[in-house]
Design a protein around this ligand. Structure first.
Ligand SMILES: CC(C)(COP(=O)(O)OP(=O)(O)OC[C@H]1O[C@@H](n2cnc3c(N)ncnc32)[C@H](O)[C@@H]1OP(=O)(O)O)[C@@H](O)C(=O)NCCC(=O)NCCS
Length: 418
């Protein structure tokens, strides 16, 4: 991106290494101390960060960074398929410069980089409502948890040791963590891909309990890994995320460990993020005596539905093979009232996805506004849910069962959220 002069002595440009101190000062002023180490790690250690993806607006007279955001490339997994994702992060403008369109200007440059990256999905775990103006939709569950009341967790009987050992993971130990995670990954759930190269980024030094941090752990029984989890410390909470265990009987040990860490940090509320294993979910719910609370949602933008469907074609194939449509040969024609697509299916296989020039919405089997289409293909809402409250989601009755088979409801536990 070429630097662009804006009014009032401001310049919009990409960042470079020597901007980091000014960026950190900006982050301190906009978001506070809590996130500073995490944002510093984005600039210093994110394995896929490029300076071309770090956007700033600077007051050239003082050198102050007045507005900034960053694009972090990564991927989400769905049923073993890796989907390239561009995450927008660390979005902020100094108070005195707000409502002048600065983030909107930075977003124009962000979108140009998306084209260069070829990302299939754009995401942000952002503040309520704001990102709708950039074309994002709520499209996948985010966060929330079961709060853990210490008095409900059984104490270890006097003189007894924990039945399992809990060990902090270092770069070397991450291999075992990821191998366990891969075999535990649940079907029908969006999950974040974590790579060995990500460890240095996530595992930044976070000695101050008031700041965010991620702490990877394995659970061992007779030295064998029988579980994994991450302690995610943020906003005075200590969340147990990415929790997978061989047995529900180890949940109490994990809870006791998290509660002791919380005491060390000065009394953070411990929560368990919704576990993917159904038995662990039930046990955690019973143990905490509470329902899942405070779920939010990822903003999702799908720049090309055609590219998205091509990326998840192996998932669509599995869905069709397991449905009444395993022998179906034909086309599903879909429009968002602006653009049209024909998905050609031949006995479970998606053989072609092609653009359609047809302008008459009546020429399509499924028509729905782009936002509803995003929620459908992400599995955030089913066709029946959409039809129950959005009258402009219309599907030819004969194709309704096919749409149900292709796009079922999905869960999402996309952690860590940066
Ligand atoms: C949110 C924030 C980044 C916007 O920055 P900005 O430079 O003022 O953004 P822009 O000027 O490009 O856009 C402002 C417009 O969005 C609107 N807006 C602000 N917050 C909004 C919200 N939550 N929902 C809808 N619209 C919102 C403003 O009213 C304004 O509308 P207008 O253009 O019609 O006047 C800035 O307020 C900020 O830094 N907030 C604190 C940190 C934060 O919350 N960051 C986001 C973390 S995900």
């Amino acid at each position: 991106m070429q630097p662009q002069s804006l009014d009032d002595g401001l310049v919009m440009r990409t960042a470079q290494a020597d901007d980091v101190p000014a960026i950190i000062e900006h982050v301190m002023a906009v978001h506070g101390e809590e996130v500073v180490n995490g944002v510093r790690a984005m600039y210093a250690h994110h394995p896929r960060k490029s300076w071309e993806d770090c956007f700033l607006i600077v007051d050239e007279r003082s050198g102050t960074v007045v507005s900034s955001l960053i694009l972090l490339p990564g991927s989400w997994m769905l049923d073993g398929v890796e989907v390239p994702v561009a995450q927008m992060e660390a979005v902020g403008t100094l108070k005195e410069y707000r409502n002048r369109g600065l983030i909107h200007k930075l977003n124009v440059e962000f979108e140009k980089r998306i084209e260069a990256h070829g990302s299939v999905v754009q995401v942000i775990a952002g503040i309520p409502n704001f990102y709708r103006s950039f074309g994002y939709e709520y499209g996948a569950d985010l966060g929330g948890g079961f709060p853990v009341a210490p008095s409900l967790v059984p104490k270890l009987p006097e003189g007894e040791d924990e039945p399992v050992e809990i060990e902090a993971v270092d770069q070397k130990g991450l291999k075992g963590y990821l191998a366990y995670r891969e075999q535990a990954m649940p079907p029908g759930t969006w999950v974040k891909a974590i790579k060995p190269a990500d460890f240095k980024y996530y595992n930044f030094d976070a000695p101050n309990p008031k700041t965010e941090g991620w702490f990877f752990h394995v659970v061992r029984e007779n030295s064998k890994i029988v579980g994994i989890f991450i302690l995610s410390r943020w906003e005075s909470r200590l969340d147990i995320i990415d929790l997978y265990l061989d047995s529900f009987s180890h949940v109490d040990s994990v809870l006791r460990f998290a509660l002791s860490k919380s005491e060390e940090y000065g009394g953070h509320t411990v929560r368990v993020a919704p576990p993917n294993q159904s038995q662990i979910w039930e046990f955690v719910q019973a143990r905490t005596g509470t329902a899942l609370r405070h779920r939010y949602s990822w903003y999702v933008k799908i720049p090309s539905v055609e590219r998205f469907l091509q990326a998840i074609a192996p998932v669509l194939r599995k869905r069709l093979c397991g449905s009444d449509y395993k022998d179906f040969v034909g086309e599903l024609k879909v429009t968002d009232y602006k653009q049209g697509l024909a998905i050609q299916i031949d006995k479970c296989n998606i053989t072609e996805i092609r653009e359609m020039a047809e302008k008459d919405p009546g020429g399509y089997d499924l028509r729905l506004p782009h936002g509803a289409l995003t929620r459908l293909v992400m599995g955030y809402e089913t066709i029946d849910e959409l039809q129950s409250h959005e009258p402009d989601t219309i599907c030819r009755a004969s194709m309704l069962p096919l749409v149900r088979a292709l796009f079922p409801k999905l869960r999402a536990t996309v952690d860590p959220f940066y």
